[in-house]
Design a protein around this ligand. Structure first.
Ligand code: FAD
Length: 338
């Protein structure tokens, strides 16, 4: 059994708003633990548009989404937040003393005194190809929709499917880790970056990657654990390939997921909050960023940052009802130096 993680405020979601909440809570000396279903921080900015410039962050005439996340991570470093990545929070339990247990799908338990949901559009769920009995091999039995730890694939025979950036990037990376990598793509040109497509073709020419175009993985085989896949060409020809793992990478779509079942006040797939402090209908649970709704709500990073500041004040008053906090500017309060 895993050790219980203990913190003051547990933040669900490591998108820009969840990360900035660590800063605002840190100024009030609240310790934070951040959980995200994705294996990396940054939410939509890392997953959907890391190279897109953003023009509406105060003080930055232009900033790449990936750089904004990098800077937010630097900004919160002095507060030493801890992270659980690649695990989806499934449910919460309110304990007798008013504190909470949050439980992830992988069995991690976080004991916290308040919860901040910064879950964005929800947790990203993989788009699964329509292959019969694929689910038989999920959960560590050979089919993986994300690469959490590349080392898990060392010396394996892999089939990767997809034509976007994830499929190309992981083909390139895993070519140096796995025993054999086959990339299967239904088209003849890739949607991902031209430079990455070029690298995959070079690896293929050098005999380090098998490239199967105009084809789909159509069947999965195995007894308990995956041991082969069938690749069907657009012409109808089929080939059976022995594999240890099959990694379909067809993108991720956000879904509100388990948070929708928590008994919170929900409207149009978003959590209703009180704009005084961004509290939800359950005392001690707050919701900020894209996941919340209130009259006039704008789904912008800027607005999420503002919500993070008020949420932190609200959580502080919830946790220390007898303490009077006097707002000071960061220069006066002092942010620890790096
Ligand atoms: P997100 O970035 O969505 O992060 C939420 C995180 O929570 C995710 O990583 C998710 O995995 C995690 N999560 C959810 N549920 C769970 C769970 N149960 N367990 C564990 N983890 C969970 N906004 C701007 O202000 N300016 C722009 O220029 C701009 N451009 C955009 C361009 C595109 C193409 C898109 C799609 C959006 C753009 N936006 C822009 C909107 C902006 O990206 C969002 O407002 C912002 O990402 C919201 O941040 P967030 O932290 O609330 O949520």
């Amino acid at each position: 059994m895993k050790d219980v993680i203990t913190t003051d405020l547990c933040i669900i979601g490591a998108g820009p708003v969840g990360l900035f909440a660590v800063f605002e809570a840190g100024l009030l000396k609240l310790r934070c633990h951040v959980v995200d279903a994705l294996p990396q921080v940054g939410g939509q900015l890392s997953e959907i548009y890391p190279k897109k410039p953003i023009y509406d962050i105060p003080g930055y005439p232009e900033v790449l989404a990936g750089d904004l996340i990098h800077n937010l991570m630097r900004q919160i470093e002095p507060f030493h937040p801890t992270f659980t990545l690649g695990e989806r929070v499934e449910r919460f339990e309110k304990l007798e003393d008013g504190s909470f247990h949050l439980l992830t799908a992988d069995g991690t338990v976080i004991h916290c005194r308040a919860i901040c949901i910064a879950g964005g559009l929800g947790s990203f769920e993989p788009r699964k190809p329509a292959i019969e009995e694929l689910d038989r091999f999920e959960g560590g039995r050979g089919v993986h929709y994300m690469v959490r730890d590349p080392e898990a694939f060392r010396d394996q025979r892999l089939v990767i499917a997809g034509g976007g950036d994830s499929a190309l990037d992981w083909t390139i990376f895993l070519a140096g880790v796995a025993k054999e990598v086959t990339l299967v793509h239904r088209g003849t040109t890739f949607r991902g970056a031209a430079d990455s497509a070029e690298k995959v073709k070079d690896l293929h020419d050098a005999g380090k990657v098998n490239l199967v175009l105009s084809s789909n993985v159509s069947h999965v085989h195995g007894n308990g654990h995956l041991d082969a896949v069938t690749i069907t060409a657009n012409s109808g020809a089929t080939t059976r390939v022995a594999v240890d793992s099959f990694i379909p990478l067809f993108g991720l779509t956000p879904k509100l997921g388990p948070i929708g079942e928590w008994g919170l006040d929900i409207e149009d797939d978003a959590v209703r909050v009180n704009t005084l402090d961004y509290s939800t209908s359950v005392p001690g649970i707050y919701a900020i960023g894209d996941i919340n709704t209130y009259p006039g709500k704008l789904k912008l990073i800027l607005c999420g940052f503002h919500e993070a500041a008020l949420m932190a004040q609200g959580a502080y008053h919830y946790l220390f009802p007898d303490k009077k906090y006097v707002l000071k500017y960061t220069t006066v309060n002092g942010v620890p130096t790096l």
